[in-house]
Design a protein around this ligand. Structure first.
Ligand code: NAD
Ligand code: DAU
Length: 370
């Protein structure tokens, strides 16, 4: 490990990837997988999350037990005064910026929140960090770092061949991906213009515990369990590249420790699946665990109206991070998918609290002010 990271500000740490990241840093893993408990981090985490519908304090039930190392701050990343207070109060030296509006379908229904959080929120954080760290081209620092988390969706849509590399031109198609593309450009501009000690990563589709059940895999697992319809957009031929969330987070940790400032790193699972093939695999795995017959479950597949502007294929070339930082994914898809399905089925109460909306009441009772 080369950088000394002490006071780590994680934004969006109550969401899917952020909560798994916090667990990883604290030597925890939702599934108890020993190979994902090896971060070696000894500092403090300050989780800043405003708890939108996607932010779930239940995801942090293990982390909250480490009171001396884990602090939660309910705050909006667009709130400059709050961000300034938090940087000062905890003497932040590291930012891992996950907070975002993240669901493509919601961005089509209502893009405004995406522009606000993903663009204005990212700008606000960058600007507060720049001033707190007093960085400029004449005052470069190597003891602090801002890591911006992004997505492969900024690159647009691939045909049947080829891969996104770090030099693929941006070509976003949805309000979500265009807001993330904007935030990537602003982040890189801060590196070039102000010497911000910054790294950036673009990752493919994550799967694993704590994912909000509006996204494909947890939605389908929950619907198979409950005997509901399984809605497939269009013809189900779109292709996504899937990576286990803890492998993504290990990559982020390696970048934080050894990544070069001003560099982008692609992170991928090298694991492409057509949606319909993935759903059939999921049915084969989930049906027997829920006492159902896979062929019967398949009858619940319904082809629904396609997502507007639905990107055909994403696939990442991640040779740069492999070569430069020695990162390799540890989880095979077979193992990871089984672990994930079992986790959702064994944590029925986690899923049901979200689906019933009960957790929203819990939030207003428990987080009605700091
Ligand atoms: P998520 O929707 O599960 O979680 C987002 C979190 O951000 C929530 O806890 C939410 O409360 C918080 N948040 C939203 N707006 C906020 C604001 N204004 N202030 C403070 N907190 C706010 O998202 P995720 O799937 O965990 O994604 C995390 C990051 O990773 C995002 O930047 C996303 O673009 C990126 N990403 C996700 C994937 C994926 O497959 N899920 C893949 C690549 C990149
Ligand atoms: O590629 C990285 C991106 O992956 C992240 O940047 C996003 O934050 C994350 O949400 C995810 O975006 P997708 O749009 O790929 O994920 P989603 O789970 O919504 O959909 C996966 C695929 O499944 C996509 O092709 C649409 C399709 N789909 C999705 C849902 C929810 C269906 O066919 N039916 C569904 O009900």
């Amino acid at each position: 490990m080369s950088r000394k990271l002490k006071n780590v500000l994680v934004t969006g740490g109550a969401g899917f990837i952020g909560s798994n990241f916090i667990n990883y840093l604290l030597g925890l893993s939702a599934t108890g997988s020993k190979e994902f408990m090896d971060s070696g981090f000894t500092g403090r985490i300050i989780n800043v999350d405003c708890l939108t519908y996607a932010g779930n304090p239940d995801n942090l039930s293990m982390a909250v037990k480490q009171k001396d190392r884990y602090i939660f701050e309910k705050a909006d990343i667009c709130d400059r005064k709050e961000m300034e207070r938090i940087f000062k109060q905890y003497d932040i030296d590291t930012v891992v910026h996950f907070a975002a509006e993240s669901h493509v379908d919601r961005s089509i229904l209502g893009p405004e929140a995406f522009i606000r959080t993903n663009v204005t929120g990212t700008f606000t954080l960058l600007d507060v960090a720049r001033k707190y760290w007093n960085v400029s081209l004449d005052n470069k620092r190597d003891d602090v770092i801002f890591h911006h988390i992004s997505t492969d969706e900024v690159y647009g849509s691939l045909g049947p061949d080829g891969y996104f590399t770090e030099t693929t031109p941006y070509d976003p198609r949805s309000p979500y991906s265009s807001s993330k593309a904007s935030s990537d450009h602003i982040a890189m501009a801060y590196y070039h213009t102000y010497g911000m000690p910054l790294t950036l990563s673009n990752c493919t589709n994550n799967y694993g515990p704590y994912q909000f059940p509006e996204k494909l895999l947890p939605l389908m697992i929950s619907n198979i369990r409950d005997g509901k319809n399984l809605p497939v957009y269009g013809e189900g031929k779109n292709i996504r590249d899937w990576i286990y969330v803890e492998d993504h987070n290990r990559a982020v940790w390696q970048i934080l420790n050894n990544g070069r400032y001003g560099e982008k790193y692609n992170i991928g699972g090298e694991n492409e699946w057509q949606n319909i093939k993935l759903l059939n695999k999921l049915i084969d795995l989930t049906a027997p665990l829920t006492g159902k017959n896979a062929e019967e479950v398949r009858k619940s597949i319904v082809y629904v109206k396609d997502r507007p502007g639905h990107d055909a294929r994403y696939a990442i070339d991640c040779s740069k991070i492999k070569k430069e930082l020695g990162w390799q994914r540890k989880m095979t898809f077979e193992q990871g998918l089984e672990l994930t399905v079992k986790w959702y089925l064994e944590h029925r109460e986690w899923m049901d609290r979200i689906l019933s909306g009960e957790y929203k009441n819990w939030i207003s009772e428990n987080y009605s002010g700091r």
